[in-house]
Design a protein around this ligand. Structure first.
Ligand code: PMP
Ligand code: G9A
Length: 403
């Protein structure tokens, strides 16, 4: 008799939230669909020739180490290179032991949550916020409090009101998760004034901040901002970043920078999860940082994505239903659209895919539900002409449904 497998699955496994980003990726990989869904870099920005040369050299000169097991916290040499690079970007690192190297920044999010959150602890998130982080907070059974965004990022006045009302019930958040620069999904950037306000609130109400920063390396407009980590006087910010957008996501390399004591616990969690981040990726990326390949690549990334962003914004103006709203993202991979009420983007996704276009329904990004009429659109991956075509097809579909 074949066992009934479902009965063997653990309760935590059954509770695992599904990521629409990853599920849609599977669908679009199969067919001939224009994907405005997953946040994939344009493969044209991968520095292939340089990586080929580096990989060969790494294997020849350091093969004994690059193919060997390595420390859980990350290879010391790579963490030294990262510390220097981060320092140049205004992220202070006084000791490479303040860094842990992770399998993408996704793992850094997970390790932070595992290390800091008990079931029922309050975590403040952006609404809309990064879907895969919200899912992690669900897994650890934290209580999410979503704070709305406007064009200046998370509204810290609303946050202050919320903190005050929680405090009157004898409660406070333990953690706040934000993507302050070129946010995923909405493309907005937190103003300097709000950054200062946020840090003051963290001090006053005694919580920690996770600053997730994959996108600040390549901005399409001049923006006045400093990383929260740089402005942090009390050691409240854990800073996360990644090589995924500036080098290549297939290397699966991210890192967290934070107080040693917290990083120690993250290391312990990682020991039990996967022993360490692939050594080969760390050697290759380390050389790419050291030789300036990433810095050289950034202007190319900016010009390519800026052009595509502009194509998308123009197409949205031209084809989307009247009454739709979106932001002009100053960085990142996405724009987020609010359609007029009456369109359910989740229900319409199969029809959109049948017509040849995929997107991510916006409701996934709202921690407390809502957002049925919203969608996230990626412009980094598709070729410019496909962006135009995709937006035209979607605009027609939404207009038909609203008629
Ligand atoms: N955080 C944010 C805000 C992201 O947009 C992404 C990628 N879409 C990640 C984390 C995860 O990236 P990775 O695991 O490839 O570093
Ligand atoms: O492929 C992924 O899951 C990374 C992309 C994230 C995103 O689309 O936000």
């Amino acid at each position: 008799m074949q066992p009934s497998y479902h009965d063997f699955i653990s309760e935590p496994a059954k509770r695992m939230p599904r990521s629409d980003i990853r599920e849609i990726l599977r669908v679009v990989e199969k067919g001939n669909v224009i994907s405005l869904a997953g946040g994939l870099p344009d493969p044209r920005v991968f520095p292939l020739e340089e990586l080929e040369e580096i990989s060969r050299e790494v294997l020849l000169k350091h093969g004994d180490k690059a193919l060997q097991y390595s420390p859980t916290r990350g290879i010391r040499l790579f963490r030294e290179i990262l510390a220097e690079y981060m320092g140049k970007r205004g992220i202070p690192v006084s000791d490479p032991d303040e860094i842990i190297v992770t399998v993408g920044s996704q793992q850094a999010i997970y390790l932070t949550a595992l290390t800091l959150l008990n079931p029922g602890d309050i975590v403040v998130v952006e609404s809309p916020g990064y879907l895969a982080a919200l899912n992690v907070f669900k897994i650890v059974r934290a209580e999410m409090v979503g704070i709305p965004l406007d064009e200046d990022g998370m509204d810290t006045n609303i946050l202050e009101d919320k903190l005050r009302s929680l405090s009157s019930q004898g409660r406070k958040p333990k953690l706040l998760y934000t993507v302050p620069t070129a946010q995923n999904p909405s493309g907005v950037t937190m103003s300097m004034e709000r950054r200062k306000h946020l840090l003051e609130l963290a001090s006053q109400y005694d919580f920690l901040i996770v600053e997730d920063d994959p996108y600040s390396y390549f901005l399409y407009e001049p923006v006045d901002f400093k990383p929260l980590k740089q402005m942090d006087k009390e050691g409240r910010v854990i800073y996360l970043s990644t090589a995924s957008k500036i080098l290549a996501p297939g290397l699966r390399l991210g890192w967290a920078i934070g107080p040693r004591e917290i990083i120690d616990y993250m290391e312990l969690a990682k020991q039990n999860m996967d022993l360490h981040t692939p050594s080969l990726s760390q050697y290759i990326a380390g050389e790419a940082f050291r030789r300036g390949i990433i810095d050289k690549n950034i202007p190319r990334i900016v010009s390519l994505y800026k052009e595509k962003r502009d194509v998308m914004l123009k197409a949205l103006e031209e084809y989307f239903p009247e009454g739709s709203k979106w932001v002009k993202p100053i960085g990142g991979f996405f724009t987020f659209v609010y359609l007029p009420r009456g369109v359910d983007t989740k229900k319409l996704l199969p029809e959109a895919v049948d017509r040849g276009v995929a997107y991510v329904p916006g409701r996934n990004f709202f921690p407390h539900g809502g957002g049925e009429n919203t969608l996230r659109l990626n412009f980094s991956f598709p070729p410019a002409e496909k962006i135009e075509e995709g937006i035209r097809i979607l605009g027609k579909l939404f207009k038909e449904k609203l008629a």
